[in-house]
Design a protein around this ligand. Structure first.
Ligand SMILES: [Zn+2]
Length: 396
């Protein structure tokens, strides 16, 4: 089985590392999806592998929500083959009316879209930390935004934390409930077909998010005081096994087979196998000849490791090959506020969807919400071998 090399989710301007498997139910022709959904009885579903949902489908393209003046979002699709970036509804529509399938009306909180098979899941994060913030909820719809069906709606005290996972039949989401001044974390298990919902409790309390999956276990990140850690949550038994923790700053990425931990002090990368245990360490020259004020492991791939680092107040991507040799990436996402490290939004089997340029506009929010920056990107495909070799061989 071939594993996904990489996921970088670009959410609200924050690049979060996560992981999943390439050979997943997300892919139309993957073996797992050849089982008709209607035939997936309970025993089969409990055998199905979990994947972390992403904003792209590796065979077709990438979805994102663009915020318009007035706060509404418009669902966009970037076609990997043509690089056309268009709202999912018909040309000629202004995307301002109720009838527009691409429009997602302002509701006071951030919204993210995820792909799974032929459908999309749209997740309203909720804003329990604000008065009159939006309510967390989840709906599913067709790829063109039509046929919307609300699957779950939560109390005002609840937010949905991070990307969901999916096993071909059920959606798995971490909920944070801010009742009584502390954020209790629960795992919501939601069957979109039947509407059935279950919840599991006992998850780690702080900074909890799904960062990967292995079989029927979710790889969860958590925080505790000065430490950050990672562990496995079994979705069938509702049991937790802590894998590793370290003093911050420490960061990790997961490829579905292993968890990779960057130790900032030494620059070493620890590889912890998810199934069966076992650990190896890769020494790197990340810290040689440079003084990184911050360094965060963003992704683990067959070609190497991506680290976002800061030196002298400047952020760059650092590419570490499987032998531990580091190169500072010169490719950049260029724009009016200066060049930023190359942003990666999605991946196909052979290439990444990246942004070669950006521009920042401002959109007004309703109800005296003020204005917020809205960054838009110029997309390009970059073959993976060129990304890792730092060659600007863009297909634009
Ligand atoms: Zn429209």
């Amino acid at each position: 089985m071939k594993h996904s090399l990489w996921i970088a989710l670009f959410l609200c301007g924050v690049l979060l590392a996560a992981c999943t498997k390439q050979n997943s139910p997300l892919l139309a022709d993957a073996p797992a999806s050849s089982v008709p959904e209607a035939a997936s009885a309970a025993p089969a579903a409990s055998d199905a592998e979990l994947t972390v949902l992403t904003q792209w489908d590796a065979e077709t393209g990438y979805y994102y929500l663009a915020r318009e003046n007035g706060g509404d979002f418009v669902l966009h699709f970037v076609d990997f083959a043509t690089l056309q970036d268009t709202p999912v509804c018909s040309a000629g529509c202004a995307h301002t009316d109720e009838g527009c399938t691409a429009r997602i009306a302002w509701d006071g909180c951030d919204v993210t879209v995820y792909t799974a098979r032929e459908q999309l899941f749209v997740v309203w994060q909720g804003a329990p930390w604000e008065n009159d913030g939006g309510q967390a909820r989840i709906l599913c719809c067709e790829r063109d935004g039509s046929d919307r069906k609300e699957l779950a709606r939560f109390d005002a005290s609840v937010s949905v934390a991070g990307p969901p996972a999916w096993d071909g039949r059920r959606l798995y989401c971490i909920l944070a409930d801010y009742t009584d001044g502390k954020a209790e974390k629960r795992l919501l298990i939601l069957d979109p077909a039947s509407g059935e919902q279950q919840e599991q409790t006992g998850l780690p309390l702080l900074d909890t998010a799904i960062v990967g999956a292995c079989g029927r276990e979710l790889v969860l990140r958590f925080g505790e005081g000065t430490q950050a850690g990672w562990g496995l949550w079994n979705v069938d038994s509702g049991s937790w096994k802590e894998l590793v923790r370290g003093e911050r700053p420490v960061s990790a990425a997961c490829d579905g087979e292993a968890l990779y931990l960057l130790e900032n002090r030494t620059g070493s990368i620890r590889r912890l196998l998810l199934a069966g245990g076992g650990e190896t360490t890769l020494a790197t020259d990340l810290n040689q000849g440079r003084q990184l004020a911050q360094a965060q492991l963003q992704a683990a791939a067959a070609e190497g490791f991506l680290v976002r680092g800061e030196e002298d107040g400047v952020f760059d991507n650092y590419l570490i090959d499987p032998q531990g040799h580091t190169v500072k990436q010169t490719l950049a996402t260029a724009g009016e506020l200066g060049d930023f490290p190359l942003e990666v939004f999605a991946e196909t089997q052979d290439a990444y969807l990246v942004a070669t340029g950006y521009s920042v506009g401002q959109v007004e929010l309703p109800e005296d919400g003020g204005v917020v920056d809205e960054t838009r990107y110029t997309f390009a495909m970059l073959p993976k071998e060129d990304f890792w070799a730092d060659r600007p061989n863009y297909n634009q």
